[in-house]
Structure formats: structure tokens, C-alpha cells
Design a protein around this ligand. Structure first.
Ligand code: NVA
Length: 311
């Protein structure tokens, strides 16, 4: 059966736990498995800018014994020069899996419907599920293991309508966490995603809350996260996407309201002085460099899991 990872809830709570356990194992021993030995190729396609994602997927595929084949989305022109469905059919005849960073979620859904091999979302406008796996593995590493995640409160403050907010809602709920989003009105998460996260949370013992107050969101939280106010593709709205978010900046005053020793997450790139202050990003509670490292381990674990289901 072909399994895809297009959004966080494509992994059941048990699947997610297995992937996170394997991610922690990969951090301890980078060569434990080589499911791509051959080597088999994985197509890694970028329609948007990338650094961490390209490096971590290429390194990860290589460490799994495979061949990372980076495809420039500007050259491929998927959906313009060739339909998404035809592109999927061509790729699926040649590579073991497809990793794609693109715009609308509907694009990657269409690719997955026709590829016949696992398709992984490396960020869309709506979701960034690989990042949340890395974030959860990072928190698990700092708190004694994957079982420690359930029951923790994770607060995300800033742009509640972006891919990171949506993925924290779904991925955090899958892990049994209490996910709080603090965002200005008008920048709240998609209602359908909130409803889906609430459904997942009901089965895992987690919960989902959206509030228009930074301080309410972070009060007592065990993990505090933020992200840029201007996501890729929104560069033209940079001026208007500042004032509403200033009260949601993750600064020392906000962090002081969180639980003592709360971890600080940021998917990066970070804009010091905008969504997060330098003292918080570079301070002792920040685990952002571990988080960046865990992209590698988490994606290796995810690919191993998906390829195992394919076999
Ligand atoms: N929300 C950000 C995440 C970057 C990793 C963006 O989409 O640009």
C-alpha cells in the first residue's frame, strides 16, 4: 500500500510515535538502516526557496543508501509545462519516492493521487509536516523520550493562518499535546484544520485552542514556538504583515509567562527583532539548532517508514 505524508494527520498517533522513536534512534546512530540501498533515487523538487529542507533531505537520502535527485521547480514547471498527473506518472516509474515543496496543497494531493510511490510534503502554503516531526523529536529528546510529549502544552504565537500553525495543530494533537495558537484576528487558522485537529485531539487526550492574545497562549506553556510573519510567496505584503503581529512577538516578557524551562522552537529562517527577539532565539531556552538537526533524523525516519509500507 502506498503511504503519503501530505499533512500531519496522514500519520496516526501510533505511526507518528514509531517515526519519532526512529528519529531519536537515527540521532544516536546515523547508519542504522539503508532502505534505499541500490541506490534508489528520491526526487526532491523545489518550487520555493530552501536551505534546511534541501540539505536535510539530500543528506538523509544519501545516509539511507539512496541517491538524492534535486529537481529545480523552475525548470520542471509542474502543472504548466506538463500536468501534475502526467508528471506524477513519469516520476513514479523511476524513483522510489517524491519529495515536493510547492504552493497550494491541492497540487501535492494531485501528485500523490497519480505517483504510485510515496509523496512527501516538504512545505506547502497550508502545511509543513516534516518540520513538526523534527520539532516533536527535538522536544522528545529534551524531555526523556517520545512518551513525554502527550500532555505537554505547546503554544504557537504569530501568524495563525500559516503552514506552521496548521501543522502544529494537527501534529501536536496527534502527539496528544495541548496546542494553543495565539494570533491576531484575521490571521487565525483555517476552521477546517482546527476542526480536524480537534477530532484528532479527542482521540489522543490533547486539545486545541485559538486565542487573540499572545500572553494567554503562552501562559504556563511547556513549549513555545513562532515563525516568520511573512511566509514564502507573501513578500509583496511585508509592510501590511507587520503591525498586527507586533503584539504577538516572542520576547523575554512572553517567555517569562511560560512554564519554567520551557523550550523555544523556531523552524527558521528567523528574523530577530520581528517575530522573535535575539535574546530569546539565542538564549538558553532555545533549542532551534537541535530542531534544525532533527530535520535530518526525522525525515530519514519518515522515509524509512513510508518505504517500509510500500515494500
Ligand atoms: N511559514 C514559513 C515557513 C518557512 C520554513 C514559510 O512558508 O515561508
Amino acid at each position: 500500500m502506498t503511504r503519503h505524508f501530505l499533512r500531519d494527520d496522514d500519520l496516526s498517533p501510533a505511526d507518528q510515535k514509531a517515526v519519532l522513536e526512529l528519529a531519536l534512534a537515527f540521532q544516536e546512530d546515523r547508519q542504522v538502516r539503508t532502505p534505499l540501498a541500490g541506490p534508489r533515487a528520491v526526487a526532491i523538487i523545489f518550487d520555493k526557496p530552501t536551505l534546511r529542507t534541501q540539505v536535510s533531505f539530500c543528506t538523509g537520502v544519501a545516509e539511507l543508501g539512496g541517491f538524492p535527485l534535486v529537481v529545480d521547480g523552475n525548470l520542471a514547471q509542474i502543472g504548466t509545462r506538463e500536468s501534475i498527473a502526467d508528471t506524477a506518472r513519469v516520476l513514479g516509474r523511476q524513483v522510489a519516492a517524491v519529495v515536493w515543496r510547492t504552493g497550494a496543497q491541492t497540487r501535492i494531493e494531485e501528485l500523490a493521487a497519480h505517483a504510485g510511490v510515496p509523496v512527501v510534503n516538504a512545505l506547502t502554503d497550508e502545511f509543513h509536516p516534516c518540520q513538526i516531526l523534527a520539532d516533536l523529536a527535538t522536544v522528545a529528546r529534551h524531555r526523556g523520550g517520545v512518551d513525554a510529549l502527550a500532555g505537554l502544552t505547546l503554544a504557537f504565537v504569530g501568524d495563525g493562518a500559516n503552514n506552521m500553525a496548521h501543522s502544529y495543530l494537527l501534529g501536536g494533537a496527534t502527539a496528544g499535546m495541548h496546542v494553543r495558537v495565539g494570533a491576531p484576528e484575521g490571521y487565525w487558522p483555517d476552521e477546517a484544520v482546527v476542526a480536524d485537529a480537534q477530532r484528532v485531539a479527542a482521540s489522543t487526550g490533547g486539545s486545541v485552542t485559538v486565542v487573540a492574545s499572545r500572553d494567554e497562549a503562552v501562559a504556563g506553556a511547556d513549549v513555545v514556538a513562532t515563525d516568520t510573519w511573512v511566509s514564502m510567496g507573501q513578500e509583496g505584503q511585508a509592510a501590511e504583515r507587520e503591525t498586527p503581529f507586533v503584539p504577538f512577538r516572542l520576547d523575554a516578557a512572553a517567555l517569562a509567562l511560560a512554564a519554567p524551562g520551557a523550550q523555544v522552537l523556531h523552524c527558521l529562517p528567523a528574523y530577530r527583532g520581528k517575530e522573535i527577539t535575539a535574546d530569546v532565539l539565542d538564549g538558553p531556552q532555545s533549542v532551534v539548532w537541535d530542531e534544525a538537526e532533527f530535520r535530518l533524523h526525522a525525515q530519514k525516519a519518515l522515509l524509512t517508514f513510508l518505504l517500509g509500507a510500500q515494500a
